[in-house]
Design a protein around this ligand. Structure first.
Ligand code: APR
Length: 225
C-alpha cells in the first residue's frame, strides 16, 4: 500500500499539487529543498512549524480508519508506505507504517544526524535532545535527498501480491516507480485516486473518486470475501 497527500485531503491537510502547484501559498521548491533551508532557515522552519501545529487540528478520516481495519485482519501481511509526513495513519490505528519522506513530529540533528521525536517549534533553534547542539531541522526528506526505508520498501515490493496506491499524483520518484516495480515482480496493481494520476496507465485497475469513499468501500469488499 502506497499513500500520498490525497488520503489526508478530506481531513483538511492540503495536498501539494492541487492548487496551481502551490503549497499553502509557497512554491514547493521554496520550502522543500536543502538549498532553501540553507538560504532561508527561518522561512522553512516557520512553514513546517505551522504545519506541525496544524496537525493538532485535524483528525484521521474514513480512509485512514479503513486501512487500520485492514491491518487488524491482515496483520503483518499489510504494510503502509506513506509519502505523508502527517501522523494520521498512526492516529487511526495503523502500526505498520513507513514514512519514506520523514515525519513532522520528528526532528533531525545536523550535528549528530540522530532523529528525535519532536512536537513543538524548531524556529528558535532548540538544542538536540541527544547531543545538545542547536542544529535541529525538520525530519522531512526534501527534493534531492534520499527517502527513508528504501531497503524495506524494496523488499515489500518484491513480495507483494497486491500493490494499492491511494491519493498520490505519481509525480515524485522513487514512489512514482513503485507500481511498475511491484507489477514486474508479479503483484496485482490498483489505483484509488480522485483523478487519474500521472502513472495511471501502469495500474491494472483504477478507481477514481474521493479516498474517504473509495478506500472504505474497497476495504469492505476485501474483508467480506
Ligand atoms: N481522495 C483521493 N485522492 C485525492 C483527494 C481525495 N479526497 N484529493 C486529492 N487527491 C489526489 C489528487 O488528485 C492528486 O493526484 O491526491 C493526489 C495528491 O498529489 P500530490 O499533491 O502531488 O501529493 P503526493 O503525490 O503525495 O506528493 C508526493 O511530493 O512534494 C512532494 O514530498 C512531497 O510527499 C510529497 C510528494
Amino acid at each position: 500500500m502506497l499513500t500520498g497527500a490525497g488520503i489526508s485531503a478530506e481531513s483538511g491537510v492540503p495536498t501539494f499539487r492541487d492548487a496551481d502547484g502551490l503549497w499553502e501559498g509557497h512554491r514547493v521548491e521554496d520550502v522543500a529543498t536543502p538549498e532553501a533551508y540553507d538560504l532561508k532557515p527561518t522561512t522553512v522552519h516557520r512553514f513546517y512549524d505551522a504545519r506541525r501545529a496544524a496537525l493538532l487540528l485535524v483528525e484521521p478520516n474514513q480512509a485512514h480508519h479503513a486501512l487500520a481495519r485492514l491491518e487488524e485482519s491482515f496483520g503483518e501481511q499489510l504494510l503502509v508506505v506513506t509519502q505523508n509526513i502527517d501522523d494520521l495513519h498512526e492516529r487511526a490505528g495503523s502500526s505498520r507504517v513507513l514514512h519514506m519522506h520523514g515525519e513532522l513530529n520528528s526532528a533531525l540533528c545536523r550535528g549528530c544526524r540522530q532523529r528525535s521525536p519532536w512536537t513543538s517549534d524548531l524556529v528558535d533553534h532548540p538544542p538536540c535532545p541527544r547531543c545538545g547542539v542547536s542544529e535541529l531541522r525538520p525530519d522531512v526528506v526534501w527534493f534531492g535527498e534520499i527517502p527513508y526505508e528504501m531497503e524495506r520498501i524494496h523488499h515489500a515490493l518484491l513480495r507483494a501480491d497486491l500493490f494499492v496506491s491511494i491519493g498520490t499524483s505519481g509525480a515524485v520518484y522513487p514512489a512514482a516507480g513503485f507500481v511498475q516495480a511491484a507489477a514486474s515482480y508479479g503483484a496485482r496493481t490498483l489505483e484509488l485516486n480522485l483523478q487519474p494520476s500521472e502513472g495511471t496507465d501502469f495500474f491494472a485497475e483504477a478507481r477514481h473518486g474521493p479516498a474517504g469513499e473509495l478506500v472504505p468501500a474497497w476495504v469492505e469488499s476485501l474483508l467480506s470475501r
